[in-house]
Design a binder for this molecule. Structure first.
Ligand code: GUN
Ligand code: ZN
Length: 427
């Protein structure tokens, strides 16, 4: 048993559903009790301390906030080393920077080296679970899962499917993509805390035949994930219309291939039609909102209110390497500014909900992670209110929890993640 004491916050519901007051639990002096890597109890220290065995050690985290680990609902591990590549919007950016970088992942040793570095960066930023793109190479996923398993992490990853409109050296075929994905599912899905995502890159790089095969595979393995991109960039959307003239809209290309559902996650969704929102909601599909990436590539301003009104599940994604940071805190900062430019407010409670339980719900993992409900996996972080002189000074002036959360979201980054715990162990 491991016991942690300090200021503790976690969410129990979406504030959009129950209101701010009802959506979270907060203990100014709290106790988190972990047994065998799972949450045994959380509550007021004054109440829980009395029931601990005598001599039970307690790790006391002062001037910090303990909360569930962040969840990154869309990220590309092979793009780690091409982060901050200058000057382009999506389609040109893919050609100039992304595809040449991804070519290197044919080499499994290289892939494993980058996977190791990537996961260290995620953990340092306080992210304990992610939905991750590999490359077209099967071995890129073997490399990623090998490292994630060693670290005992809950991670979801998949081999990219792409059989058209991309360099020859990065293409598979409808059949080989199906076969390789199937082999990876058989090898890795549900091994320890690893899960597989069928990963068509995006409609332009997938033939109708390939998308249909992906749908067939998903029907054969209904508990695996489906992970792709959707309505990110206006030129991309126009291209999809040209390539798939028989589809009603972008989402319909995936819908016709039977790729929507409660374990389907669509990155971006910056330019969605009403009809697409309705279909996402009806099928219980999720959107990964990637603020830093959407700004960096000039893709657009995600309409969080629209998603909320349609009751579409939403999580936050860094979208490395189009995103410019591993930090979910910094993505909250960008998300806030995006909503400002839309004339909307992003409440700090909503931001932290999206980063934790909201992300878990988007990934259909809310029964396993995302909060400190009894029995959940004890992946959590300790945010240090005094990590930098500026944070310390600003926090000292805060009069409420709302204000402290807002300041953490606006000024915070990986420097403020003092500790990351996986299954109750410090990593
Ligand atoms: N659309 C297709 N591929 C990609 C990618 O690698 N990154 C982003 N941001 N969008 C994409
Ligand atoms: Zn992406």
């Amino acid at each position: 048993m491991n016991v942690f004491r300090g200021e503790i916050l976690h969410f129990i519901e979406d504030p959009a559903k129950v209101g701010i007051e009802q959506c979270y639990q907060y203990f100014a002096d709290g106790l988190l009790i972990v047994e065998n890597g799972l949450v045994k109890n959380v509550g007021q220290a004054s109440e829980l301390l009395a029931n601990l065995p005598v001599n039970q050690p307690v790790t006391h985290h002062q001037h910090s906030l303990i909360m569930p680990g962040f969840i990154d609902t869309h990220v590309h591990y092979p793009q780690t080393e091409m982060i901050a590549s200058y000057g382009e919007q999506l389609l040109q950016w893919l050609e100039n920077y992304t595809y040449p970088t991804e070519q290197q992942f044919a080499d499994q040793n290289y892939a494993q080296e980058i996977a190791e570095f990537f996961l260290e960066q995620l953990l340092a930023a306080g992210t304990t679970t992610a939905l991750v793109f590999g490359t077209v190479h099967k071995q890129s996923v073997d490399a990623f899962f090998t490292v994630a398993q060693q670290k005992k992490l809950r991670m979801i990853c998949g081999k990219v499917l792409m059989d058209q409109n991309a360099p020859e050296f990065l293409q598979d075929s409808a059949q080989s993509g199906y076969d390789d994905s199937k082999a990876l599912i058989e090898k890795w899905h549900n091994q320890d805390r690893l899960q597989y995502a069928i990963t068509p890159r995006f409609a332009p790089t997938c033939s109708q035949q390939q998308l249909a095969k992906a749908g067939q595979l998903l029907a054969e393995y209904p508990d695996v994930y489906m992970h792709t991109h959707l309505c990110e960039n206006k030129n991309e959307i126009a291209w999809v219309q040209e390539l798939f003239p028989q589809s009603k809209n972008y989402l319909d290309v995936y819908d016709q291939a039977k790729l929507l559902g409660k374990r389907s996650v669509f990155a971006h969704g910056v330019h969605l039609h009403e009809e697409e929102c309705q279909r996402l909601a009806e099928t219980d599909s999720a959107i990964a909102f990637c603020p830093a990436s959407n700004l960096f590539l000039g893709s657009g301003l995600f309409d969080l209110k629209q998603a909320e009104q349609h009751k579409i599940k939403v999580g936050l994604g860094t979208d490395i390497g189009a995103g410019t940071t591993f930090s979910i805190l910094r993505n909250m900062n960008e998300a806030y500014k995006i909503q400002q430019l839309r004339g909307e407010k992003l409440d700090p409670f909503k931001a932290f909900y999206l980063a934790t339980l909201g992300g878990a719900t988007a990934l259909d993992l809310h029964h396993k992670i995302g909060s400190f409900t009894q029995g959940k996996e004890a992946d959590f972080i300790v945010l240090d209110y005094q990590a930098t002189p500026l944070m310390k000074k600003r926090i000292a002036h805060c009069k409420s929890l709302t204000e402290k959360l807002f300041v953490l979201a606006m000024l915070g980054d990986e420097q403020h993640v003092a500790h990351t715990y996986v299954l109750g162990e410090k990593v």
